[in-house]
Design a protein around this ligand. Structure first.
Ligand code: FE2
Ligand code: FE2
Length: 193
């Protein structure tokens, strides 16, 4: 397994989460009662796994290694992707706040809530597409097999520190449930380090 294989697997898990979030946004538009337990699990996944673990793997290890190649295009692309990580973090904070307001019965702000969620989904999907199609193939070309191997070990250590065994299991169950409820691709998050 290569570092980018692992990151792409995490992107596939993200697509399951994003589909579920989109479904919730549509239910919100229709003023349906939302499953807040499920939504809080999704937001927790986005904070702990996506922001705290996946983005950290990219920012701490993949991006710095790729910057060493000295290409201006790579530097510009990584700068833009890092800014998007920060923007996604801000959006997620906003989503959390809006969901809290919705839960407290303030359904009159539903249009703002859903557009905020849909914007986050759109940004995240575009971000994943750029990494999958441009950045990751390039990294496979420019990073030596030894560098990729040691990066994979760094990923494993980071993930072990950020997500404990119980939380891994909870995320696995969440993804499995969402997968069986949808026609999304099979969850491929890396578990049980
Ligand atoms: Fe990223
Ligand atoms: Fe990513």
């Amino acid at each position: 397994m290569s570092p980018t294989f692992e990151l792409k697997s995490e992107h596939r898990s993200m697509s399951i989460i994003l589909d579920a979030l989109e479904k919730a946004a549509l239910e919100m538009q229709q003023r349906k009662n939302l499953d807040f337990l499920r939504l809080s699990q999704i937001v927790e996944f986005l904070w702990i796994y996506n922001d705290g673990c996946h983005h950290e793997k990219e920012e701490q290890f993949l991006f710095p290694a790729m910057l060493e190649c000295g290409s201006q295009w790579t530097a510009d692309t990584i700068c833009s992707l890092s800014e998007e990580h920060a923007s996604l973090r801000e959006h997620l904070r906003g989503i959390e706040n809006k969901l809290r307001e919705y839960q407290q019965g303030q359904r009159y702000i539903q249009v703002g809530q859903t557009s905020f969620i849909l914007e986050y989904i759109k940004l995240q999907k575009k971000h994943i597409e750029i990494e999958n199609t441009l950045l990751f193939p390039l990294s496979e070309k420019i990073l030596s097999p030894f560098r990729q191997e040691s990066m994979l070990l760094s990923f494993k250590n980071l993930e072990g520190n950020k997500v404990d065994h119980v939380k891994h299991l909870e995320f696995f169950i969440l993804l499995s449930n969402l997968y069986t409820e949808s026609s999304a691709v099979e969850p491929t998050i890396s578990f049980f380090y």
